[in-house]
Unconditional design. Structure first.
Length: 127
């Protein structure tokens, strides 16, 4: 049996996905060029705060919510023409999530390096 570790999965994902920093993400948000998605769990948002303007989709629901047949798309809550920029607390879950969305066929997708840890020290407003 050849079971991969989380670090192996993340390393492989990082080889295939687009990673941006918090400043790049901030510019994309300011230019209205992305859907900023926080994939942290609700208790994380409650304890550390939310990023103003970010949509919240918990990691466990991401593929379901971002299925093109889901109500999220049917109701126009996400703009499919814009890049999807994901972040978690430190960048591990978001890297794996972007890889999963890439496997679903998403092409305009990226994640923020070091996640909320880098966002909290950037121009983003935490509420």
């Amino acid at each position: 049996m050849n079971i991969k570790s989380t670090s192996q999965l993340v390393s492989e994902a990082l080889d295939e996905i687009k990673t941006i920093d918090a400043d790049q993400a901030y510019k994309m948000v300011q230019d209205n060029n992305c859907n900023l998605i926080d994939i942290r769990e609700s208790n994380e948002l409650e304890s550390t705060g939310k990023v103003e303007g970010a949509s919240h989709i918990p990691r466990g629901m991401l593929e379901i919510y971002l299925d093109p047949n889901s109500p999220v798309f049917q109701n126009g809550q996400m703009d499919q023409k814009k890049e999807f920029v994901l972040f978690c607390a430190g960048g591990v879950r978001s890297a794996l999530a972007v890889k999963s969305l890439k496997d679903m066929g998403y092409t305009k997708i990226s994640h923020i390096d070091r996640g909320f840890a880098s966002i909290a020290n950037s121009k983003f407003k935490i509420i």
